[in-house]
Design a binder for this molecule. Sequence first.
Ligand code: IMP
Ligand code: MG
Length: 174
Amino acid sequence: MRRLADEILIPAETIASRVVELAREIERETPPDGEIAALIVLKGAFVFGADLLRAIRRPTRVGFLEIHRQSDDGGEVEFVFTHPFPIEGRDVLVIEDILDTGVTMNALLDRLRARRPARLRTAVLLDKRSRRQVECPVEHVGFEIPDRWVVGYGLDDDELYRNLPGIGWVVENP
Ligand code: IMP
Ligand code: MG
């Protein structure tokens, strides 16, 4: 059995101010009338994406995609758009919850590049840097975190805890 640890890793207020900083970074690199085609990776990035996009003062389109994995230990990964989302010629901002090994993000970026965006950049809330197996270019990172299974603010443990306002982690119940 697992349970939520008593301590909080990143409180909601800390996330909120960092998200605004990320939005300002992204704005600085986007012309005043530059359109952004934001792509939120479900389910984990739904909270981060909603907060980040509301803080970005640029005309923005929003798309969603789901990741379907054949097995838990890697295997074939499929990216499924919930609705048609034009990529070609657009300034695409991928919004993801967490970078772990980097395999998922790398595969996604390859897939999107093939659809010829004008620009492709990424915003990731959390980065477990020590776990990286493949180099992965991410422009905007919220927080670097230790190697723990974290939950909350959209992230889950077996579909639980996505609704926590901050980031916590789960521990094995003795
Ligand atoms: P990667 O391909 O190893 O980088 O895995 C990234 C994906 O694994 C993320 O998009 C998350 O869905 C999931 N993931 C990795 N670490 C965590 C965690 O600590 N909590 C919740 N989900 C995680
Ligand atoms: Mg994810």
